[in-house]
Design a protein around this ligand. Structure first.
Ligand SMILES: *[C@@H]1O[C@H](CO)[C@@H](O)[C@H](O)[C@H]1NC(C)=O
Ligand SMILES: *[C@@H]1O[C@H](CO)[C@@H](O)[C@H](O)[C@H]1NC(C)=O
Ligand SMILES: *[C@@H]1O[C@H](CO)[C@@H](O)[C@H](O)[C@H]1NC(C)=O
Length: 265
């Protein structure tokens, strides 16, 4: 039980034609799969450092617009949010990950833009979210309840919960020029918490589905086309956004990553 993060570089053409998010696992048609466009990108973290504004490093957020630096478990997320960047309109959850930067030879940093997934190309940044009901299509899963939140690697629970996966695709084409890559031959990509290896990649989740919507989807073992959920078009989802609490430069060439985070070695 936990969040599995599947991070694919857009430079790998094959990654855009995958029918199978978990190698050797079920087809993507077995997953409740949907796009969530960018909500905002800022230095807050309601789970790890609630109320710390700005938080130590940058995150990209998707989902409902009730996101805030402090989100008490008693908060009625689906009652407070008025829109979501996800295509299932009853999903006001928030999903977030670290942000990827390119470090140029001269030491400047540039945020690597995100791109939509196969079939979801029109989404504005963000990520693809997958929920899995049991593949046997028999076992009952119990959807998360209001107040549920999760960090990658949370210990198990006594009831069978859905699995949540995030897939993030970066468009690295703006950084194809080898002359701006590090002179020593090392790779130039680094996460916003300073990690150049990818091992520190993390994803967090704040449940915000309205009413019993997620339970309905799990009871139907919903795949890519879930008739029991209310939907909006990707264009409508793209229009939902939320003003940032922490306003600082995150785009263009930067002398340092937000928060002055150093690249760890
Ligand atoms: C994806 O892969 C399938 C099977 O290999 C192939 O038929 C199809 O043309 C590919 N699609 C794209 C967009 O490359
Ligand atoms: C949350 O808010 C929604 C919309 O106002 C309402 O329908 C629902 O009953 C509320 N849930 C709780 C647990 O208060
Ligand atoms: C660093 O390199 C990038 C890529 O060539 C360039 O666009 C940027 O202006 C440079 N920054 C500085 C401070 O020279």
């Amino acid at each position: 039980m936990g969040i599995v993060l599947v991070a694919l570089m857009a430079t790998l053409a094959s990654a855009q034609n995958t029918s199978n998010p978990i190698p050797g696992g079920p087809s993507f048609k077995d997953f409740l799969r949907f796009s969530c466009s960018e909500l905002n990108i800022q230095r807050i973290d309601p789970l790890v450092t609630p109320g710390v504004v700005p938080s130590p490093h940058l995150h990209q957020f998707v989902g409902g617009n009730a996101l805030a630096p402090i989100m008490d478990p008693s908060l009625n997320v689906s009652g407070k949010a008025t829109c979501t960047t996800c295509t299932y309109t009853e999903d006001f959850s928030n999903y977030w990950t670290a942000v990827l930067f390119f470090k140029a030879r001269n030491g400047s940093f540039h945020r690597v833009p995100l791109m939509g997934n196969l079939g979801l190309e029109r989404q504005r940044g963000g990520m693809t979210v997958y929920y899995t009901a049991p593949y046997d299509k028999k076992t009952k899963v119990t959807a998360f309840k209001p107040g549920f939140r999760m960090l990658i690697g949370d210990p198990g629970h006594s009831v069978k919960l859905p699995q949540v996966l995030y897939e993030t695709i970066w468009d690295t084409s703006a950084f194809n020029d080898g002359s701006i890559w590090p002179a020593d031959g090392t790779q130039p990509f680094v996460f916003s918490m300073g990690d150049p290896t990818g091992y520190g990649w993390h994803g967090d989740y704040m449940f915000g589905w309205k009413g019993d919507a997620l339970q309905r989807a799990m009871d139907r073992y919903c795949g890519t086309d879930c008739q029991v959920l209310e939907t909006q078009s990707i264009e409508e989802a793209n229009m939902c956004a939320e003003a940032v609490v922490v306003n600082e430069p995150i785009d263009g060439w930067l002398g340092a990553m937000p928060g002055g985070v150093d690249v760890t070695s």
